[in-house]
Unconditional design. Structure first.
Length: 229
């Protein structure tokens, strides 16, 4: 049987992520850990979605949907021990469709309520694992960090076609990678600036007057605060 390199790579990434999170939990001593809460606001960017519009008795036309940069945010509660952090996080994002592209029978158009379009709303429930890339005794002010996360995302496509709204919610497995830097403001509060890439592993599709087929992915830049309790 011929291996699918994309599937093989995805399975490998998931296995490695689970292993890292599991090892971090095993090494964690919650007795000596410091609890914290955090919140952020972020700008998000979605890749274009493939869109197919079914025409009654006349086949279908295919193209892409381009989205505006969206805005959202999240909150988290976690614990830190030395360089390790483990947290549970909730994130919300909304992106609005702005343009229909690459349709064979129509030119590229800006979308309105009577054209194929709509919004994508995502809520994610994640367990994140971070590693601070700075020795605890270091006097360097900035602390760079890396992170991975596993969880669930509820992705809802709100598709507007022919003036009608169609909702397609789906709860799917999600994973993410994080890269950022923190800066202390006080002894217990620090500011964070980071990049997140969140994606789902299940095909996202909606059947009706319009069909979207694409795994959900979200690139975002977040600015937040973390307070040690």
């Amino acid at each position: 049987m011929k291996k699918n390199p994309l599937v093989f790579s995805l399975i490998s990434a998931v296995v490695i992520s689970i292993s890292l999170v599991t090892n971090s939990f095993a090494a964690f001593s919650f007795t000596n850990a410091h609890p914290y809460i955090s919140g952020n606001i972020a700008a998000s960017k979605l890749p274009n979605s493939a869109l197919q519009i079914d025409l009654a008795g006349q086949g279908s036309i295919k193209g892409k949907i381009e989205y505006k940069n969206g805005i959202g945010g999240g909150v988290a509660f976690g614990a830190q021990l030395d360089n390790l952090r483990i947290e549970g996080a909730y994130d919300y994002f909304k992106n609005t469709a702005v343009k229909a592209l690459d349709f064979a029978s129509i030119p590229d158009v800006t979308l309105d309520a009577n054209q194929p379009g709509g919004t994508v709303i995502s809520t994610a429930y994640m367990i994140n694992n971070y590693y601070d890339l700075k020795p605890p005794a270091s006097s360097f002010v900035l602390t760079p960090y890396l992170g991975i996360g596993l969880g669930l995302a509820n992705v809802t496509h709100v598709i507007v076609a022919g003036g009608n709204k169609n909702f397609s919610p789906s709860l799917v497995f999600a994973y993410q990678g994080n890269l950022g830097v923190s800066f202390p403001l006080t002894e217990t509060i620090k500011a964070n600036l980071d990049y997140h890439y969140l994606a789902t592993v299940s095909d996202k599709s909606f059947t009706g007057p319009a069909t979207i087929k694409k795994n959900y992915a979200n690139h975002r830049i977040a600015l937040g605060l973390t307070a040690t309790l």
